[in-house]
Design a protein around this ligand. Structure first.
Ligand code: GRF
Length: 206
């Protein structure tokens, strides 16, 4: 297993994957993207990964497997065979089975478009608007068995405007995601962190 090698799992357009790959290429994020894996054949993330010549790019179809655990085990095997230490979720829209989470305990990272613990789940931006919060943002966190509930690595705040709709707020949140995710991955593999219960303590004390 390579200490700085990551597998990125993505189901969607892949803008977070794109900025991670850009940051790696520009020397701002010293990780190595060893594998990009998607559950969707038409995910933009797959095309981005191929264009960037990621060494292993693969689509696995959940319908080819008996259940969630079997699909996740196939993904986990690919990740281990690729020698990846970290699993980076970037718009991966499937809930991970407990067996997958346990297999990579403390090594799975996700980005979520709200200030957790507010608005977990798949409709975070809509939920924040409907609730009427005046600030939202994004959270990079470790993944445990509670949906969007793992220890928080980093957060960024985005003000909510009175005339925001889902698209406008999500676009501004994504601008922050694109800054925060590569920067947090870089700190993760350089500075490192310890866990004090569910509290992340960065080893540089910042
Ligand atoms: C992001 O907003 C992220 O917070 C959420 O899914 C979205 C993925 O966007 N988990 P993209 O596919 O990286 O553009």
């Amino acid at each position: 297993m390579q200490a700085r090698r990551i597998a990125v799992m993505a189901s969607g357009k892949g803008s977070n994957l794109r900025v991670i790959l850009d940051a790696v290429r520009q020397g701002r994020c010293p990780v190595e993207v060893g594998l990009v894996l998607s559950d969707k054949a038409d995910a933009g993330a797959l095309a981005i990964a191929r264009a960037a010549q990621v060494p292993r790019v693969c689509h696995l179809d959940p319908r080819d497997y008996a259940d969630r655990a079997a699909f996740d085990a196939a993904c986990a095997d690919r990740i281990e065979r690729a020698g990846c230490r970290w699993v980076v979720l970037a718009g991966y829209m499937r809930i991970l089975s407990s067996s997958f989470v346990r297999r990579f305990a403390g090594r799975i990272v996700n980005i979520h478009p709200s200030l957790l613990p507010a608005f977990p789940g798949a409709h975070a931006v809509e939920d924040a608007l409907a609730y009427g919060v005046k600030v939202s943002g994004c959270t990079v966190h470790l993944v445990d068995e509670v949906l969007d509930g793992g220890p928080i690595l980093a957060q960024a705040v985005v003000p909510v405007r009175d005339d925001d709709d889902r698209a406008s707020l999500h676009a501004r949140i994504q601008r922050e995601e694109h800054r925060l995710y590569p920067a947090t991955l870089a700190r993760m593999v350089t500075v490192g962190f310890d866990l004090d219960g569910r509290v992340v303590r960065w080893r540089d004390g910042a």
